[in-house]
Design a protein around this ligand. Sequence first.
Ligand SMILES: [Zn+2]
Length: 130
Amino acid sequence: MVANRGRDTKPERALRSELHRRGLRFRVDIRPLRGLNCRADLVFPSERVAVFVDGCFWHGCTVHAERPRRNSGYWNAKIDANIARDRRNDAVLTQASWCVIRVWEHEPLHQSAELVEEAVRVRRSRPEFR
Ligand SMILES: [Zn+2]
């Protein structure tokens, strides 16, 4: 029914190759912050940009918000917990001066790539991230 959450989903791979094509280099599937149990899909360590490609199902996309009717209590609790964890991680990372970019897997590739490229460019223009 639902593919398990994991690295290397199709939208992730597409975003990675698009960013590569644009000349950007980054780390894949690592923890941006030591001590925080949170892996980002793409990490730009010197610019401190962490990119998450959020799956619509697991992260509770409101455009594709359809949740399973069977075992709805279980799924609602699970997805709500994922969303809460995402927000906590965002807060901790932002506090540590990371720029957190979240794109939905349903977003057009060009748009997501643009967002990431722009964030990296902005960071590079600031002396503290050079
Ligand atoms: Zn969606």
